[in-house]
Design a protein around this ligand. Sequence first.
Ligand code: SF4
Length: 232
Amino acid sequence: MSKALSVYYKAFETQIAEIDKAVQSGSAKPRLLLHACCGPCSSAVLELLVKYFDITILYYNPNIFPETEYLRRKDELCKFLPAFLGEKAPRVIELAYKPQDFYEAVKTVDGFETMPEKDERCRMCYRLRLARCAKEAFDRQFDYFTTTLSISPHKDAQKINEEGKAAELDLEKTHAGAQKIPQYLYADFKKKNGFKRSLELSAEYGLYRQDYCGCVYSSRNSTRGADSETTV
Ligand code: SF4
């Protein structure tokens, strides 16, 4: 993996600079809907973003298998937030757990059951979650939306960012003329030691760190160790 800053991190920095300038000039912090998959991946992302945004977390992860794992990751996240941020802890919106959403999305990809991570099955998984995040951001009048997913070195930042921006453009088409369309916040949160920081915070707060990405296919194929790598 290249250590150079990705084009997406640079785009993120440009967006953040504009937001910071507006806030310094007296504007309210923009509202961000942050799709999150688990506590470990949220930790360093929240630390980075809380200064700039009024954040709400969206827990929409129909990819996670089995349901007990889905619930465990959610519970860990919900316990971590107040422990980490106290009164500034974001509220969490949880959408109904419907694994069929995930299976419908990935079955369009040939060979999806045996693909390695970062391949086209994962693109469909990013697309599903980011499109829903964009929809919720529009319905609930957020200014921005994004996801924690790019903090993991197991994820493809290019695919994530392409899908995030595409979700924003879809909103523009579907809601042409609307007063406000939430913008996608570019991200490559693993950069600038973001991933390393997530490991530190996970250790500090004793977070449960799963050893597979989330779906049943990743649980079968995983060679990861939770002690050395983060997930989803
Ligand atoms: S490996 Fe992870 S990102 Fe890829 S499809 Fe499975 S849960 Fe989704």
